[in-house]
Structure formats: C-alpha cells, structure tokens
Ligand binder design. Structure first.
Ligand SMILES: [Zn+2]
Length: 55
C-alpha cells in the first residue's frame, strides 16, 4: 500500500532519472555534481524502503 516512504523513494528515483535523461555528463557516465546528491538520496530511500519490506 502506498505510503510516504514509498512515495519519496519513487520521487527520488524519478528525479534522478529525469536529470540523467537531460544531462550530457551523466549520459556519458562522467561524474556529475548535480547527480551525486540525487543518487545519495535515492540510495538512502531505497535502503530504507527495502529494509522495511523485508520485515
Ligand atoms: Zn548529471
């Protein structure tokens, strides 16, 4: 069932994907200072979401 954590997880995934779709550096798999915080947040939310689903 949808909840706040799940929505934030999906939003972070969407923001990262949207950025990567429009960023030449990310498409070339080069380090990008804009993408890094987005990736960090996505990783944190994914961890939290997956950990909770396991229980
Ligand atoms: Zn980028």
């Amino acid at each position: 069932m949808p909840d706040d954590l799940y929505i934030r997880y999906l939003t972070a995934a969407r923001q990262l994907a949207d950025h990567q779709a429009e960023c030449p550096a990310c498409r070339a798999e080069e380090p990008c200072p804009v993408a890094r915080p987005l990736q960090d947040r996505f990783a944190r939310l994914q961890d939290a979401y997956l950990q909770r689903t396991k229980r």
